[in-house]
Write a new protein. Sequence first.
Length: 133
Amino acid sequence: TMIARRLLPSMIAQGGGTIAVTTSIAGRFGFPLRSAYASSKFALYGFFETLQAEYYDDKIRVVMVCPGRVKTAISLNALEANGSKHDRMDEGQQHGITADKAARKIAGAIKKQKPEVLVGGPELLCWWAVQSC
């Protein structure tokens, strides 16, 4: 967020620009046992949504990247509460979409300046269900 604030003056001087922010599908609706993670992602989403509203006339656009389950090594490299390496692939990542597929979808959304891109598989149905209520 500080980086975005520091870059804004030069982006505005250039006539605008696009900021792509990686948050999470957990920043769109709550997940059990993920309160700290989800709340940080909600905050990130809110900050950049507000930033775009504040600088819209300056042609600053924000693309919110909201990944769900993507097959990466993030859970392998995560740390346990005691500081030791988690060292196992969580089921969510194991069955997630490939990083290449996620990257293609994200790049397409940035190119089209879509305000939001949801990346993942069946877990995205939860988001659609929440939107329907």
